[in-house]
Design a protein around this ligand. Structure first.
Ligand code: CUA
Length: 194
């Protein structure tokens, strides 16, 4: 008996299964699974973003890593904590193999804080345990993270991107002090001091 179907996928197999129908059924099943997985991942992003201020990196700002020490925002005299006119704080740091400059940043509790970081050499990481601060520091780019500390005390900030032999020794500190102990100088600057 001659087969009536030109397309082999439409031709029933000996057990009666039509391949085309079977393919359509399994494709639909995988499609539903994929949409479900994507929905769960999107929900995780939205929920952590809304409840813990954990956001995917979004600040795209470039800087020339070979000249940033010569002028502009990241010259040595401009690093550390500065008070903005609106009362918020900006902490600027440069990551180099194998240190953060400055090695300690003083900030006030219950105050909006903006970290701005860049690197002169290779990719470093910047992490403050127990907070939403966790970013890569990439040469050529400025990393910016917003946070607000709810507790006082010293936080260790380790470099968490492997950056060379000294990676494990690369860390700095954030000193969060009560607002009454945060006394910036006339220029609005504060540092950890002795
Ligand atoms: Cu810098 Cu690891």
């Amino acid at each position: 008996m001659a087969d009536t179907h030109q397309d082999p996928l439409q031709r029933p197999l000996p057990d009666g299964i039509v391949p085309a129908a079977e393919v359509a059924r399994t494709e639909k099943r995988w499609l539903v699974l994929m949409v479900a997985m994507l929905s769960v991942m999107m929900a995780v992003v939205v929920v952590t973003g809304a409840t813990n201020a954990i956001h995917p990196p979004s600040n795209v700002e470039t800087i020339d890593p070979t000249t940033l020490h010569l002028g502009g925002e990241f010259v040595e005299s401009n690093l550390g904590t500065a008070r903005e006119p609106d009362g918020s704080l900006t902490a600027r740091l440069v990551a180099v193999q194998y240190a953060f400059v400055p090695g300690c940043v003083k900030l006030a509790v219950d105050t909006p804080v903006k970290f701005r970081l860049t690197s002169t050499d290779t990719v470093h990481g910047f992490l403050l345990p127990g907070t939403n601060v966790n970013t890569m520091v990439i040469p050529g780019y400025v990393a910016q993270v917003h946070t607000r500390f709810t507790r006082t005390g010293d936080l260790l900030m380790p470099c968490h991107e492997f950056c060379g032999l000294g990676h494990s020794q690369m860390y700095a500190r954030v000193r969060v002090v009560p607002q009454s102990e945060f006394r910036p100088d006339a220029q609005g600057r504060a540092n950890c001091g002795p």
